[in-house]
Design a binder for this molecule. Structure first.
Ligand code: ADE
Ligand code: ZN
Length: 331
């Protein structure tokens, strides 16, 4: 393990899609295990195809890639593969979005998904000192009724989930579409997070706050277009899970140097750094921290503050939070 400041910094990752951690090497291994033919000649060809115009062009390959995940063992291997890489770069806590609708649509039962992932989370805690939480994500480009049906279907597994989330194609699928589903999730005792303001307008961020009662906004970077909303987020201490390398790869911004991050920090927002879909966007947590350090010239204190925000905002018990904050102070 490289012993440098960015690796030593105990990093909690609050915005990660577990299906987006599927590296081409494992994708090909699982394709062989499950006798699935991929539309890529080889691993290099898969990586070469990861040249995205926008969110949708990424989602097309993201859903294609996850078609190799069939049984519990596949989900277990997916998560363990990621946890090992993450732990080696100093990630101490991972909150994973899971997209069950994408698996159910392929005939993969939720029990298979959960069996594999829960086992991997248990092993990561014991062997890697890596804690985790799960977020039940709804695909926002599908009908709200489907999301409600998933929430009902997930009842036997809800004790594994800390929150519900909202992901997939944002434009034209406003948070308000899921008002009833999120209200039900709240009744069931689940916290709420939602992707908003990645490609969608600032009004989607406002809707997520007012209609879904979220405790975090995933991405949220388009808030810079609305000064009043920016002030509100700062006043409310709302957490934004920003994904710098993702924003560059999905052309939310042209270059990292153009990113709104410095303005968001100046405005006093509770920013965290995250990797989103590291297998597709060219880097994990350490890479995201390093890219920002280079692009914005951030000091160690700023990077430590960002890492601290994530630990403060994470779904974890107070014993673990105190332990990680103590580790952070001496990093
Ligand atoms: N699903 C996986 N990654 C996503 C992203 N960056 N935005 C929306 N949905 C996603
Ligand atoms: Zn995301």
């Amino acid at each position: 393990m490289v012993d440098d400041f960015l690796t030593r910094l105990p990093k909690a990752e609050l915005h990660l899609h577990i299906e987006g951690t599927l590296e081409p090497e494992l994708m090909f291994a699982l394709a062989e295990r499950n006798a699935i033919t991929l539309p890529y000649a080889d691993i290099d060809a898969a990586r070469a195809a990861y040249d995205f115009r926008d969110l949708q062009s990424f989602l097309d390959l993201y859903f294609l890639g996850m078609s190799v995940l069939v049984g519990a063992e596949d989900f277990h291997d997916l998560a363990m593969d990621y946890f090992r890489r993450a732990a080696a770069e100093g990630v101490v806590h991972v909150e994973m979005h899971i997209d069950p609708q994408a698996h159910l649509a392929r005939g993969v039962p939720l029990a298979e998904v959960m069996d594999g992932l829960v086992r991997a989370c248990d092993t990561a805690r014991e062997e890697l000192d890596l804690s985790s939480a799960m977020i039940l994500a709804f695909l926002r480009d599908k009908p709200a009724e489907d999301a409600m049906a998933l929430l009902e279907q997930a009842k036997p597994f809800l004790h594994h989930f800390s929150a519900v989330g909202l992901d997939s194609a944002e434009q034209g699928n406003p948070p308000s579409k899921f008002r009833d589903v999120f209200a039900r999730a709240r009744e069931l005792g689940l916290a709420r997070v939602a992707h908003a303001g990645e490609e969608g307008p600032p009004s989607y961020i406002r809707e997520a706050l007012d209609e879904l009662d979220v405790c975090r906004i995933d991405h949220g970077v388009r808030v810079v277009e609305d000064m009043e909303l920016m002030e509100r987020l700062a006043d409310e201490g709302m957490v934004l899970t920003v994904c710098p390398l993702s924003n560059v790869r999905l052309k939310v911004v042209e270059r990292l140097e153009d990113h709104a991050l410095p303005r968001l920090l100046d405005a006093g927002l509770m920013i965290t750094l995250n990797s989103d879909d590291p297998a597709y966007f060219g880097g994990g947590m350490r890479d995201n921290f390093a890219a920002c350090q280079t692009a914005f010239g951030w000091s160690d204190d700023t990077l430590r503050w960002l890492a601290g925000n994530a630990i403060e905002a994470a779904f974890m018990d107070d014993t673990r939070r105190t332990e990680l904050l103590t580790r952070l102070a001496s990093a």
